[in-house]
Design a protein around this ligand. Structure first.
Ligand code: HEM
Length: 483
């Protein structure tokens, strides 16, 4: 009896606390011990916590992003606990030990040291090995020239401006007939119709609807665990990608066959990429054209539709902004005429609304890299193979960078943002090559919206969800009519 009692006492006061301690410290011991010899002096790891075994700080992340809906508290709580330091914290997130970057200076260091911090997408099979995100170094620079020339330069934007307006105008008219719409669903529809037209000259119809479904399936797998097992989102995405590539390949082959015949000019992205030559006169290979079309749709579809919808949402909540927008846009609007990209550039206030929308919307909250080797930054060590998570959303919501950051205030753009605090499109050699394309599409959408229509949010207090992208849970339901 006595022996049993002693045994229990040993378990309760000895083994159990040891197990609890081991559980809490497991990740620290596992990931920090290898660096312990240097984890001091000028070579210490950044402050932070490695969280629990296996999940790291994932539960805390989900708590702030999913449960309480205060995403910025994730970094704020670290700031309170560990101080500002050098703008980085160690953590374990998304299945890997990681360094979080949340200061303009550290983020700039990472963006500019692209050899030390390359990009590695786990789902590159879905995005395409020959796409912009699949290559680095010189091949990346070469490919970027093709892509930016095809989608982001003034000539390309002039064409885009002409191409997208008929669809936007007819879509907005159809919203009036419906009276009430879910803005996000409708904006996505028109954005995809425009992408179909701009990228491959496919017109609205069953074929485009089928492509839309395939793209939704493909995007669903990009953030999923890359295990190609039937039944998983990733497997479904791989199947969708195969079908999409087959459709685009058929179109490419058709164009190559007819390229010597006199045929109508398509003036779309596929034609642009097929015909573009570099300084040595070389053209892109078929796989490069196909992979880039698919990955540009992935990068540009959801981002642009969400940003346009959020513009409509913020404007609905700010009547004084709407008033100013109307005044500026009405002055330039001509009946039965589409606005040109040159005129859009003159809409100073509208462009401020676009910048403010993209800041507040935080469509891309993080940017991922990894450390190719051990790297030292301001007396701290960034261990080899650790993930780097640039928490750009925090830059845009930090009151040190933007006064009263949660207030939608386009006038703040009367003065430019402090250097390095506005990183909505990333930075360095991988800065978003579709930034001007996105901005012009949002500005065109706002132009037609404010010059012809009025709308009200049906659920102005709808909760926000933050994963995978921030948006109101009701998909921005509105009542809609002409002015
Ligand atoms: C509001 C809309 C958009 C936002 C907020 C956005 C944001 C970003 C960000 C933050 C990056 C940098 C990722 C990194 O450094 O790893 C990026 C890269 C990229 N974006 Fe965008 N983007 C938008 C629209 C577009 C559009 C319309 C396109 C093209 C149709 C596009 C194509 C790309 C591509 C291809 C990359 C990869 C660039 C590279 O690796 O060189 N994006 N975007």
């Amino acid at each position: 009896m006595e022996i049993i009692q002693q045994w229990w006492l040993a378990v309760v006061f000895g083994v159990l606390p040891l197990l609890v301690w081991l559980f809490w410290s497991w990740n620290e011991l596992r990931f920090i011990t290898p660096h312990r010899a240097h984890h001091s002096g000028s070579n210490k790891l950044p402050p932070g916590s490695m969280g629990l075994p296996f999940v790291g700080e994932m539960l805390t992340f989900l708590w702030y992003f999913k449960i309480v809906g205060q995403p910025d508290e994730f970094i704020e709580s670290k700031r309170r606990r560990y101080g500002d330091g050098v703008g980085m914290y160690r953590t374990h997130l998304f299945g890997s030990p990681a360094i979080i970057g949340c200061s303009p200076a550290f983020n700039k260091f990472v963006f500019q040291s692209h050899d030390l911090f390359p990009l590695k997408w786990p789902s590159i099979e879905l995005l395409g090995h020959n796409s912009l995100v699949g290559v680095s170094g010189k091949p990346h620079t070469r490919l970027r020239t093709y892509v930016t020339n095809a989608i982001n330069k003034p000539d390309a934007l002039r064409k885009v401006c002409k191409m997208v307006q008929p669809q936007i105008v007819s879509s907005l008219r159809s919203w009036v007939d419906k009276g009430k719409v879910k803005a996000l669903v409708e904006v996505k529809k028109v954005t995809f119709e425009n992408i179909g037209n701009m990228f491959v000259s496919f017109k609205p119809g069953p074929k485009l609807d089928m492509l839309d479904k395939l793209f939704i399936g493909l995007v669903g797998g990009v953030r999923a665990q890359p295990s190609n097992i039937p039944g998983t989102a990733y497997y479904h995405a791989v199947q969708c990608r195969k079908k999409l590539t087959a459709v685009f390949r058929k179109e490419l082959e058709k164009r190559k066959l007819t390229s010597n015949l006199v045929s109508e000019e398509k003036n779309d992205l596929m034609e642009g990429l097929m015909n573009m030559r570099d300084e040595e006169g070389k053209i892109l290979g078929d796989e490069e054209v196909l992979d880039n079309i698919v990955s540009l749709v992935i990068a540009g579809y959801e981002s642009t539709s969400l940003a346009s919808t959020m513009a409509l949402y913020y404007i609905a909540k700010s009547p004084h902004v709407l008033e100013k927008l109307r005044e500026e846009n009405m002055a330039l609007a001509r009946k039965d005429e589409f606005i040109t990209s040159e005129k859009l550039a003159l809409l100073k206030y509208t462009n401020k609304v676009v910048d403010e929308t993209i800041r507040m919307a935080n469509i891309a909250p993080f940017i991922f890299r990894y450390a190719k080797d051990d790297v030292k930054y301001q007396g701290h060590k960034i261990p080899k193979d650790w993930r780097i998570i640039l928490w750009i959303r925090y830059l845009h919501t930090d009151p040190n960078n933007f006064n009263d950051p949660m207030n939608f205030n386009p006038d703040r753009w009367d003065v430019p943002a402090k250097p390095g605090t506005y990183q909505v499109f990333g930075g360095g050699p991988r800065i978003c090559p579709g930034n001007m394309l996105a901005k012009i599409q949002i500005a065109i959408f706002i132009h037609h919206l404010v010059t012809g229509y009025k709308w009200e949010l049906i659920n102005p207090d709808a909760k926000m969800m933050y994963l995978p992208h921030p948006k109101p849970v009701d998909g921005v339901e509105i009542s809609f009519s002409t002015i």
